[in-house]
Design a protein. Structure first.
Length: 134
């Protein structure tokens, strides 16, 4: 069995730390947005400038709100059947961004944590290989 080098071990540890940091970052964004959705009313005084519905990549809507333009990511289904009365946009004052209520779903947060768990398994395998080859 091939011996695991220090460089390989450090690389896997760094990937593991990066995956954890990314998962926590995504969770914090999701939590912040959910707080805004639960505590504030959707914005009302905006105008739609452009609707971009794409097949494969993410769809977006260009809106003007408070004199500024914002590209807001939306799911393709809401984009194709766009109805300003049915879609809700929220404004984040701290980050100066507008987002749609389903802009960051729980499934994306869960996927990030699954990625982190996979990196933990990979780290465990590398450590086990290193210990068994010693």
């Amino acid at each position: 069995m091939k011996r695991v080098t220090n460089k390989e071990l450090i690389s896997v540890i760094l990937i593991n730390i990066g995956a954890l940091a990314f998962a926590i970052y995504i969770w914090l964004i999701y939590d912040h947005r959910q707080t805004i959705i639960n505590s504030e009313e959707p914005i009302q005084n905006y105008s739609v400038l452009e609707v971009n519905c794409y097949r494969k990549s993410g769809s977006n809507i260009l809106i003007e709100f408070k004199g500024k333009q914002y590209y807001v990511e939306v799911v393709r289904d809401k984009c194709i059947q766009f109805d300003p009365q049915k879609i809700q946009f929220f404004y984040d004052k701290e980050r100066d961004e507008v987002y749609e209520e389903s802009g960051l779903a729980v499934r994306q947060v869960v996927a990030c944590f699954i990625l982190y768990l996979c990196s933990c398994i990979w780290l465990f395998v590398v450590i086990k290989k290193r210990l068994s080859s010693s």
